[in-house]
Design a protein around this ligand. Structure first.
Ligand SMILES: Cc1ncc(COP(=O)(O)O)c(C=O)c1O
Length: 421
């Protein structure tokens, strides 16, 4: 039996990283593509925030402190993605970030191409553009792969954007980001990427690509709370966005330094003067991606920062190598026990998600639950398999070979119950 041959992930040992994920002591948690477990570092950081809030008066300095902290997190997230802090804003989820950016970029009469393997959340985001007069066309997958050529063929003179998952949720196929961003550059089309199955497990150097927007919820591979997303907006778009909503710290009435100007006017002239200033002053938005930001989830940003610190310390290239190494090992073990790997697994199209074809997937999921193995039964795509079920397995860098072996042993029992008794 081969091993993945790595006891370390960059400068850290696997045991050290694993030690930060107590859930790993209780089960074989192989469902990071669904929800990533909160590590101790994130738990401690958020507890510290809650403790201060719980025990100390809400002093005057607190809000500026939280805002300054949010800026620090934007900078670290930028580092993680190979971008700069002014290209990052804090959103509420993948789809919230995508739709905020799309609303700021697209106009009635525009046409949008969508990936045929996208998540229902993406379709919910994109289809709500239709009533605004934006046409939407789905580009079909080919046997579980999204191909750049198919996007190229589907382009029309009105196409202004392509919205697509970089790694899809079903079989984990990773599309050719370099090829697609080059196509978008040539055709002057925006590339709007759902990155939730990528950020936190893949080394994304966004500065290399012509991506317009990439958005990712924090609760999967970033192992942080729900209700928080991170969204990248390419710097060259900052001047062309038309934000659809405003959050007061991110806007100021034109012609005044800040809201302090408003307060001064209120004190000097009274509220009647403000009510009478018609039309109301034009709002100007903050610079960069932040102009799309809404009310901030300060608590979750503390948790996210701790996890981002962990990944920056370990190095995203090392995290990706570890995750891919574990998935390679998983595929090998699945085949050894007679199982079927459904995911595309060429070097450039692998990811942290492996789809395994299993007869009676529901029964197998039950067996996994009994053995404390966390995986996800879901529809299989590709190879004309209709609505048959498959099992999705998604290890993270804190998982080890023993977790995979536990899964493979369960699969062996399921496939040949008598032989494995
Ligand atoms: C590929 C993909 N996109 C989007 C979502 C939903 O993301 P959010 O809740 O952050 O909008 C999921 C959730 O499973 C997903 O797998």
């Amino acid at each position: 039996m081969s091993t993945i041959g790595a006891e370390s992930v960059g400068p850290s040992s696997v045991e050290e990283i694993r030690g930060d994920f107590p859930v790993a002591d209780t089960c074989a948690y192989l469902d990071n593509a669904y929800v990533g477990p909160l590590p101790s570092c994130g738990f401690t950081a958020m507890s510290g925030y809650l403790e201060r809030w719980h025990r100390q008066a809400y002093a005057d300095g607190r809000f500026p402190e939280w805002m300054a902290h949010a800026e620090q997190v934007r900078a670290k997230v930028g580092q993680l993605l190979g971008a700069s802090s002014d290209e990052i804003f804090s959103s509420r989820s993948t789809t919230d970030g995508l739709i905020s950016a799309a609303n700021g970029l697209l106009r009635p009469g525009d046409h949008l191409l969508l990936g045929g393997l996208d998540h229902p959340a993406d379709y919910a985001a994109w289809l709500q553009l239709r009533p605004r007069g934006i046409d939407v066309t789905v580009v079909r997958n080919r046997g579980g792969r999204m191909l750049v050529d198919d996007f190229a063929t589907a382009l029309t003179p009105r196409t202004r954007a392509i919205g697509v998952c970089l790694v899809n949720t079903y079989n984990g196929h990773r599309l050719d980001l370099a090829g697609l961003s080059e196509l978008c550059r040539q055709e002057q089309v925006h590339l709007l990427v759902d990155g939730i199955q990528t950020v936190g497990c893949v080394d994304l150097n966004l500065g290399q690509f012509g991506v317009s927007v990439l958005s990712a919820g924090a609760y999967k591979w970033l192992c942080s709370p729900h209700g928080l997303g991170i969204t990248y907006v390419n710097r060259r778009l900052a001047g062309t966005l038309a934000p659809a909503s405003a959050w007061w710290p991110n806007v100021r009435p034109a012609g005044q330094d800040d809201w302090g100007g408003y307060i001064r006017q209120l004190v000097a002239d009274g509220d009647e003067a403000i009510a009478a200033s018609s039309p109301l002053p034009k709002l100007t938005f903050a610079d960069g991606a932040r102009q799309l930001e809404s009310s901030l989830n300060f608590l979750s940003l503390y948790g996210l920062e701790a996890v981002v610190d962990l990944f920056l310390r370990v190095g995203m290239a090392n995290v990706e190598r570890r995750v891919l190494g574990l998935t390679d090992y998983l595929c090998e073990q699945v085949r050894t026990v007679g199982g079927e790997v459904l995911s595309p697994r060429d070097a450039h199209e692998r990811s942290g998600i492996v789809s395994v074809g299993v007869p009676d997937a529901a029964g197998f999921a039950q067996l996994c639950a009994e053995r404390k193995i966390h995986v996800l039964p879901q529809h299989r795509v590709g190879r004309g398999s209709g609505y048959a079920r498959a099992i999705r397995v998604s290890p993270h860098c804190y998982n080890n070979e023993a977790d995979i072996d536990t899964f493979a042993a369960a699969l062996r029992s399921h496939l040949s119950p008598v032989a494995s008794r």
